[in-house]
Design a protein. Structure first.
Length: 257
């Protein structure tokens, strides 16, 4: 059961922060944990977001500053031309916008890496909070924004379309009875009654106990003509021819030239 949800809003002109209502607003959560624990947990999450979340408001202010410097350089160039002043002075002003553009581009390229590290840090932090709140039977997790979420459930005063919500931190109640059932080990009698199938290769003793296989020729599968030729004595060589090589020498036929 969900006890409370808190949205992480990514603001463009200000640092990102976690939105939450007063302690009395979360009636179900107030029945589980006291006010001091709630405020301490939210303070820990806010500090983590403020330190490790890749904020966008810095790039926004630097972009506005760079645009202002470019406009100032253009105005100064027009005035310098009207007063016959050297036109290379406005170019010195454009050095700062170039540095800002390089720094913001590099920072924007590392945003996904920092965001991944932030997710890892947030997951570790929520796991620690879950371990600390084990006696209260609650669990701290985070998830993406769902269609069932509303501005009232997340504690937002304006509609969801006017906010850039990165993720939602959720507090749920855990039923420890299910977890305790899964942690119970089986008894010794039940383990002995289990049947273990030996699906591996046979042992050496089992292989030696069986007699060696006997291979027979199935003559019934051969054609009749081939079987008659095998049984004919003229084709089958005698044992004397195979054992004495002198027979081959005596039967040599001299062909007259």
């Amino acid at each position: 059961m969900v006890l409370g949800t808190f949205a992480l809003v990514n603001r463009r002109w200000k640092p990102s922060y976690v939105v939450h209502s007063d302690y009395e607003t979360y009636t179900q959560l107030a029945r589980v944990i006291p006010r001091e624990i709630f405020e301490s947990r939210m303070r820990t999450i806010k500090q983590l977001v403020l330190k490790e979340f890749p904020h966008v408001w810095i790039e926004t202010h630097l972009f506005v500053l760079a645009m202002a410097l470019v406009i100032a350089a253009a105005v100064f160039a027009i005035i310098a031309r009207a007063l016959a002043i050297a036109l290379w002075y406005p170019l010195c002003i454009l050095i700062l916008p170039a540095i800002i553009a390089y720094w913001t581009t590099r920072r924007r390229g590392l945003k996904f890496i920092k965001l991944s590290k932030f997710h890892d840090s947030l997951q570790e932090c929520l796991k620690k909070l879950t371990v600390m709140d084990t006696n209260y039977q609650i669990r701290w997790t985070y998830r993406r924004l769902k269609d069932v979420d509303t501005s009232e459930s997340l504690g937002l005063r304006s509609p969801l379309s006017s906010h850039a919500i990165t993720l939602v931190i959720e507090v749920t109640q855990v039923d420890n009875s299910i977890q305790r059932r899964s942690d119970i080990l089986p008894t010794y009698d039940s383990v002995q009654q289990d049947i273990v199938l030996d699906v591996g290769p046979p042992a050496m003793e089992e292989r030696l106990a069986f007699p060696p296989p006997v291979y027979r020729r199935h003559e019934s599968l051969l054609p009749p003509s081939y079987r008659e030729s095998l049984q004919s004595p003229s084709i089958m060589p005698s044992h004397a021819h195979l054992q004495s090589p002198s027979v081959h020498a005596s039967q040599v036929i001299n062909i007259p030239t």
